[in-house]
Ligand binder design. Structure first.
Ligand SMILES: [Zn+2]
Length: 96
């Protein structure tokens, strides 16, 4: 995802010209082009996402269905919450 913004870039004439994104249009330059106002498309990933969305290694636990399979072993299907059952092991099945 990207985002377009207006940016003023100064250029001292010695460095390779580098902008933090893709220049879509030059809106204004001063007489020797040492300063330009440009329409810039920047990558949102590097421009905005200062802090990553990931929880710092503290991933949510995986919960498993509490039902029993036909052979008597614990079901290994993942469910959303502790004590939940998967579609294959509804509560009434436990009576056996
Ligand atoms: Zn199950």
């Amino acid at each position: 995802m990207s985002l377009v913004r207006v940016e003023t870039i100064t250029y001292d004439g010695t460095e390779p010209f580098e902008v933090p994104g893709e220049v879509l249009a030059v809106l204004h330059t001063n007489h020797n082009q040492s300063r330009m106002t440009v329409l810039l498309r920047v990558d949102v990933d590097q421009a905005v996402l200062a802090d990553p969305v990931e929880d710092d290694g503290k991933a949510e636990d995986t919960h498993y269905c509490i039902g029993m399979k036909g052979d008597g072993s614990r079901c290994t299907r993942e469910v959303d919450d502790v004590g939940d059952r998967c579609w294959q092991h509804p509560e009434e099945d436990d009576a056996e």
